[in-house]
Structures are given as structure tokens and as C-alpha cells.
Design a protein around this ligand. Structure first.
Ligand code: UD1
Length: 429
């Protein structure tokens, strides 16, 4: 297995171009299954999750070609409707294929995605929305067998929580359904807007994306189009924190500051100078960060749960005490015991963590518990005194394109090494 070795204490400074959004590219690639013809998707990040999505598309019968950051998908003759268990297990978010497969094939068979590293992650809201559209869902020995007995028909879908994945599935299944679908309490994340922008370019009739009510008027067919995926707001936040925790000065290009409205003020609260010019965000950090009083994760436009772990790493080395409340996922503090191994002072009680900033963290051997938790450990390693080894980095590879190369380009001392397999490492995920 691979690990990152980080010699901490180097100041991060310089400029970087931010990759395309992982959470946008996955539903958009799934959406290309609905299109009759050749979709051309630009700005696709090179990630293990993108590769897993491409594998699923190929398995469904699509022809897929990758040329750099552009992926060309021809779904014209695809006839698959089943995602094998091993592909489902590679990436829990492959559940987003459900709506697209049902929309095109009027049937789908997938294995139950089950729990994962950050919590139980049930799919009741996904299945509720499918049923509202006329889909028959049967759970059969760990498999979900779905079919449309009569027709896929528009309906009102009222979510009890604005789930991102369930909103995406509801859109994907309703876009070619008969009649109008109204999604109430829809997720408002920028990735939902990106998915709808892509589908509308293909001829879909979706309005209200980015608001709490989305209306989808079903159309007969979707025609192919060319689309460029939005930039990754969580990766942007991660690199800004790399600058912040090392007293650095970073400029990030190809970002969308509007997507970071809940994040940038917290970096300013920590004493960083943040300036925005068009698509570039520059952060200049003080020698020692101030405490951030409170970080509370919420659905967009609130503070993103995906940035919680990276911000916890920041709070570890700030001056004073901060409180972090995780409202979205029930098990998203698994990076905390690892940060404590590095000298952090953190107490947790349920969904609340109280972080008392320390003057410095110390390099240690730590295990990445999940994607963003792993990124938090890398950030902690960048600021720590001494050498940090972050193991189990397959999680980090799911979301950060060329992480070592990019961090090295802005001054980090980090390398990827191969180490013998360690039975003590929890490989759940
Ligand atoms: C997406 C993102 C993930 C991000 C999360 C919240 C992708 C690939 N992943 O995940 O990075 O952390 O949004 O911003 O886009 N829930 C239910 N029942 C359901 C669905 C969800 O109870 O049917 C719960 C979940 O357990 C969780 C909460 O709703 O507690 C939020 O989940 P959701 O918004 O669905 O997140 P994902 O789409 O899985």
C-alpha cells in the first residue's frame, strides 16, 4: 500500500490551478447514460472515483474515451441496466447511476451501497423519489431490483432532508419522464446546478436548480452536448488551508469564490488576508492563526461538511479554542484520534468537537480514515514539526488530483512511498 511522507514546517507559497469538481463529474458522467449520442465532458479530474465511474459506464455498454481532462462518452447503443457488486463497492456514490439507468432502461439492478467510512448513509430518500415517479423497488438479498411497471411519470417529490445524491437521482430519473416533476426541499449545492446546466444543454427542461424547489418538465430525448465541469470547491478550501496553517501565501486559479461564501469568512476570522480577483483567490496567512469561534456544518449554502476535517486541522494550531459541530454525517470525526496522535488537543462529545489550539503539532504515523479526514492529516503534517507518515491514502486519491505534485509545486516536502501491507489498518470504505 502507499503512504505520504511529509516533512513539515515548510511555508506553502505560489500558485495552483484547481481541478474540476469530483462531486460534479460523477453525476454528470452518470447523466451521459441518458443521452443518445456522444457527450464531451471537459475539466474532468483524474481521480480513482472518476475511473470507477468510467468503468461503470463501460460496463453498461457505453464507449468511453479519455483524452487528458476530457472524457468522451458515446451511449448510443448502451443497453446495460445492472451495476455489478464489485463496481458498486469501489465507490458508494455510484448510487447516482440509479436515476440515470431507470430513466433510460426503465429498470435497474444495483447492490445496496451499505454503510461507509463516514456513516450509515442510507438511501431511503433516493428510493422514495424513485417510487414517487412510478418505480417499483424490491430489495432482494443485498440487491435493489427496480423496474417501471407502467410508465415513469412526473410527480411531486418532497424530501425530508435536502440530500445531494437523492436530489440528483430524482432529477436524472424525471428528466425524460412523462409530465412535470416538482422536487421540494431539493439540495442547493453548486454541483446540482452544474448537473442541471449539463442536462439543459442536452435539451432538458429543468428550472430552479440552486433553489429549494426544482421543476423538471419531462422531455422525450436528450441530445449530445459539450460541457465543462465546475471547479472543486472542497479542493480549493484544502489548498487555502495548506497556505493558512504554514504561514503561507497561495493563489488559486480556476476557482469560483461564490461557492466558498461560507468558507472564506472563516479564513479571515482566523486572521488570513483573503483577496478575490475574478476566478483567482489569494490567501496570505499570519504567523499564528486566530481561533475560529464556531464551525457548524449545514447543507449548502451553509458550511460544507466536506471542509470540516480540513478546518479541524487548522483549528488544531490556532490561538485559542474553537467549537466544531458536524450536523450532516454521524461518523465524521474519525480524523480526530489521528490528530491527537500528532499532539492536537481535542475533546469530542457526539457531534461536537472542542479544539484547543496548540503551538505546534508533531510528526507521527497516522492512518487516513476517509477522503477529507485524510486530507486533514496531510494538512496537519504540513504544519507539524518533524516527519508525518499518512497511511491508507487510497481514500485521498479518490478526491485530490496529483496531490503530491501540486503540493510540492507550492513548497511542500511530501512524497508518496510504497510500504508493506499493515493488517492493523482499517480498509473499510
Ligand atoms: C454528497 C457528496 C459528499 C458530501 C455530501 C453532503 C457526492 C459524490 N458526495 O454525498 O461529498 O459530503 O453530499 O454535502 O456528491 N441521507 C439519508 N437518506 C438518504 C440520503 C441521505 O438519511 O436517502 C442522509 C445521509 O446519511 C447524510 C445526509 O443525509 O446524513 C446528507 O447526505 P447526502 O446529502 O445525500 O450526501 P451524499 O449525496 O451521499
Amino acid at each position: 500500500m502507499s503512504a505520504f511522507v511529509i516533512n513539515g514546517g515548510r511555508r506553502i507559497s505560489g500558485s495552483l490551478r484547481v481541478q474540476g469538481s469530483k462531486n460534479s463529474v460523477l453525476p454528470i458522467l452518470a447523466a451521459t447514460f441518458l443521452v443518445c449520442g456522444k457527450s464531451i465532458i471537459h475539466n474532468c479530474p483524474t481521480l480513482s472515483d472518476t475511473n470507477s465511474t468510467i468503468k461503470i459506464l463501460k460496463n453498461l455498454g457505453c464507449s468511453v474515451i479519455r483524452e487528458g481532462s476530457t472524457v468522451i462518452i458515446d451511449s448510443s447503443t448502451a443497453q446495460g441496466y445492472e451495476i455489478p457488486d464489485d463496481l458498486m463497492r469501489e465507490m458508494r456514490s455510484s448510487v447516482v447511476f440509479l436515476g440515470a439507468i431507470i430513466g433510460r432502461m426503465k429498470k435497474a439492478v444495483i447492490s445496496s451501497p451499505g454503510g461507509c467510512e463516514i456513516g450509515l448513509r442510507p438511501i431511503d430518500l433516493h428510493l422514495y423519489s424513485m417510487r414517487q415517479l412510478g418505480v417499483n423497488v424490491n430489495e432482494d438479498y443485498g440487491k435493489l431490483v427496480c423496474n417501471v411497471p407502467e410508465k415513469l411519470e412526473g410527480n411531486r417529490i418532497t424530501f425530508s432532508f435536502p440530500s445531494v445524491g437523492a436530489t440528483e437521482n430524482a432529477i436524472l430519473a424525471s428528466v425524460t419522464a412523462k409530465g412535470t416533476t416538482v422536487i421540494v426541499n431539493a439540495a442547493r449545492e453548486p454541483e446540482i446546478i452544474d448537473l442541471c446546466d449539463f442536462l439543459n444543454k442536452c435539451g432538458a427542461k429543468i428550472s430552479g436548480a440552486g433553489e429549494t424547489v426544482i421543476t423538471v418538465e419531462g422531455v422525450e430525448v436528450l441530445r449530445p452536448c459539450e460541457h465543462s465541469v465546475i471547479c472543486d470547491r472542497i479542493v480549493t478550501a484544502t489548498y487555502l488551508i495548506a497556505g493558512a496553517v504554514t504561514g503561507g501565501d497561495v493563489s488559486l486559479e480556476n476557482t469560483n469564490p461564490v461557492h466558498l461564501q461560507a468558507v472564506l469568512p472563516l479564513l479571515e476570522e482566523a486572521g488570513c488576508k483573503v483577496s478575490v480577483r475574478c476566478k483567482t483567490i489569494r490567501l496570505k496567512a499570519p504567523l499564528r492563526l486566530n481561533r475560529i469561534d464556531k464551525i457548524i456544518t449545514q447543507p449548502y449554502p451553509g458550511f460544507p461538511t466536506d471542509a470540516q476535517a480540513p478546518f479541524t486541522a487548522l483549528a488544531c494550531v490556532a490561538k485559542g479554542t474553537g467549537v466544531i459541530v458536524e450536523n450532516i454525517f454521524e461518523s465524521r470525526f474519525k480524523h480526530i484520534p489521528e490528530l491527537i496522535r500528532m499532539g492536537a488537543s481535542i475533546k469530542t462529545e457526539g457531534r461536537v468537537a472542542v479544539v484547543e489550539g496548540v503551538e505546534r503539532l508533531y510528526g507521527a504515523e497516522v492512518v487516513s480514515p476517509d477522503l477529507r479526514g485524510g486530507a486533514a492529516l496531510v494538512l496537519a503534517g504540513l504544519t507539524a514539526t518533524g516527519t508525518t507518515v499518512v497511511k491508507n491514502i487510497k481514500f485521498i486519491d479518490r478526491g485530490y488530483e496529483d496531490f503530491v505534485e501540486k503540493l510540492t509545486a507550492i513548497g511542500a516536502d511530501i512524497e508518496r512511498i510504497n510500504i508493506p501491507d499493515d493488517d492493523s489498518v482499517n480498509n473499510v470504505g
